[in-house]
Design a protein around this ligand. Structure first.
Ligand code: SF4
Ligand code: SF4
Length: 356
């Protein structure tokens, strides 16, 4: 039986919920090298709800300091291409300060490990992740256009530094396969504990949507499948198995999703009228063939809002399929090349890319 903690919290009092998570799951920290991985998609202010909030990271770090670890490291690999922007993303999100002196650019050194040969024979994982005795993952409660939600399993995509993430998007080529790649990456190093920032959540076209939602929760679990299934239920999914990454993770024995297999510590009250991403609702059958059929007939493409776009070019740099180019002043998508990975939407600092 898995356990998932659902605890009401605000950013002012989240230390209490974080302490409860440690008391409940009892990670063995003393004498260990502990790596804490927040979700740092890109440099964004805490109030944008894109990255794990610094208050949650600070609460985790301060609890760990009292548990006599051999070492604490805080790190992530933001973005799909950029190595050099690691420190900047931590500064912009307020996570550098919350990490105290424990921040490390974990993208600087990686260790090559075997991967799924269908995509790549090996990938480089941040060495600090592979060498940690204990990994604590701090995902964010938010939606994702490709996977429905960006939770515990998706947070592990950031164990890969730099351009490999873009390359895997490209090699996967379509959403179904990308969901599978996520699980392949997750399996490289399953975290030991998950503490999710669900205080300020995100709905609609995540993971960089302007639609924020006060959810007011901190969640915790020691199993990613159980946590993501529970988050799906909080978002209003009656059947979390419509999420293909979750179905694959379950099929591979990584955890249970059924309600009867998960003990909820707290109250599971779905967020009323929660807005799921366009292809993420119960309208999608759990049968992959039907999902692919719907996707092949749904013209879901990124579109640039010229009112918001500052022509900075970030989306063009970050597109793994070279499907974006300036058309006079603004970027334009080549639908023949676009693999619908949403990296441009994730990376646009102005939230000027919508899915239409
Ligand atoms: S990243 Fe956003 S603001 Fe920059 S060019 Fe692309 S759409 Fe415009
Ligand atoms: S245009 Fe956007 S969604 Fe399409 S391939 Fe490029 S980054 Fe991905």
């Amino acid at each position: 039986m898995h356990r998932v903690m659902i605890q009401p919290a605000s950013y002012e009092n989240c230390q209490e919920a974080v302490n409860m998570a440690f008391d409940l799951f009892k990670p063995q920290v003393a004498g260990k090298k502990v790596l804490v991985k927040p979700n740092v998609l890109r440099g964004a202010k805490p109030e944008e709800g894109i990255a794990t909030h610094p208050a949650v990271l600070r609460a985790v770090v301060e609890r760990l300091e009292k548990m006599d670890p051999a070492e604490i490291i805080v790190g992530d690999n933001p973005g799909v291409f950029t190595y050099g922007a690691n420190e900047q993303a931590f500064r912009d999100t307020g996570l550098m300060e919350a990490a105290k002196d424990y921040y490390r650019n974990i993208g600087a050194e990686s260790k090559e490990v075997p991967f799924n040969p269908e995509y790549l024979p090996t990938v480089g994982v941040s060495k600090a992740i592979m060498e940690a005795d204990l990994v604590i993952s701090l995902p964010k409660f938010k939606t994702h256009g490709l996977t429905v939600l960006s939770g515990a399993i998706k947070n592990s995509f950031g164990i890969l530094p730099g351009a490999q993430k873009a390359n895997l998007h490209k090699l996967a080529g379509e959403p179904g396969r990308f969901n599978e790649v996520l699980v392949d990456v997750y399996r490289l190093r399953e975290p030991d504990l998950f503490i999710m920032d669900g205080v300020l959540g995100m709905e609609g076209n995540g993971p960089a949507s302007p639609d924020l939602r006060e959810v007011g929760l901190v969640l915790a679990a020691d199993n990613a499948v159980a946590l993501d299934a529970t988050v799906g239920r909080l978002m209003g999914l009656a059947d979390p198995m419509v999420m293909r990454f979750l179905a694959k993770a379950h099929a591979e024995g990584l955890g249970e999703y059924a309600e009867e297999a998960i003990e909820i510590i707290g109250e599971l009250n779905p967020v009323p009228d929660f807005k799921l991403p366009p292809l993420g609702g119960e309208g999608i059958s759990r049968a992959p063939g039907i999902q692919e059929f719907i996707e092949s007939r749904t013209e879901l493409r990124p579109a640039v809002d010229e009112e918001l776009c500052t022509s900075c070019g970030t989306c063009i740099e970050q597109c793994p399929a070279s499907a974006l180019a300036f058309d006079e002043e603004y970027p334009k998508v080549d639908p023949e090349k676009c693999i619908v990975c949403f990296c441009c939407q994730e990376m646009c600092p102005e939230k000027a890319i919508q899915l239409s």
